[in-house]
Ligand binder design. Structure first.
Ligand SMILES: Nc1ncnc2c1ncn2[C@@H]1O[C@H](COP(=O)(O)OP(=O)(O)OP(=O)(O)O)[C@@H](O)[C@H]1O
Ligand SMILES: [Mg+2]
Length: 166
């Protein structure tokens, strides 16, 4: 058994939510998106294909981004900004190789004007604000997705509570 010291420095999840189907993943994103405000940051962490973009598409819907807006994995653009009731900035750090590439993406500046979701945030956790909600996604052997909620401050705790209630 791993001792506590071998774990990451992130505290254990406050709650776990299951998404058995792709629609569930999206619906969870919608619920959270409805509660998000400018300045809120969600870190989406999990292996390839675990559902990070699907969840972000739900966030966009919940934030009031127009339904005809294509919210895709921003792997090529790296950062996509979508107008909405609350503006939505969607980031994917998968292709970023060094932290020297980060400033030109303007991610931290986006926190002041949008709600933000960052796929692969664990690659460069130093860009996250002190108060953020990390959602760690995993796929079990039946293909169901498990979402572990790791809030790091009061605002993120409030957002995690919204998801845990659904
Ligand atoms: N809860 C779920 N149950 C079953 N399939 C799901 C679920 N959530 C997402 N999927 C499906 O898994 C596939 C990958 O999803 P998605 O692109 O959202 O993952 P990702 O984590 O963003 O991947 P990447 O690491 O490549 O960015 C898609 O086909 C999506 O429809
Ligand atoms: Mg993705």
């Amino acid at each position: 058994m791993a001792s506590a010291g071998e774990e990451t420095d992130r505290p254990s999840a406050t709650a776990t939510v299951m998404a058995n189907r792709v629609e569930d993943m999206r619906r969870l994103g919608v619920c959270l998106g409805r509660a998000m405000r400018v300045g809120d940051v969600v870190a989406l962490v999990g292996p390839l294909g675990s559902g990070k973009t699907t969840f972000a598409q739900g966030l966009a819907q919940g934030l009031g981004v127009a339904a005809d807006r294509h919210v895709a994995s921003p792997s090529f653009a790296l950062v996509n900004e979508h107008p909405g009731r609350t503006p939505f900035v969607h980031v994917d750090l998968y292709r970023i190789r060094t932290r020297a590439e980060l400033p030109e993406l303007g991610i931290e500046e986006a926190y002041d004007r949008a709600a933000t979701a960052i796929e692969w945030a664990d690659r460069f956790p130093e860009i996250l604000p002190a108060d953020h909600l990390q959602i760690t996604l995993d796929v079990d052997d039946t293909g169901r997705r498990r979402l572990d909620l790791h809030p790091t401050g009061p605002r993120a705790i409030a957002l995690a509570a919204v998801l845990a209630r659904t």
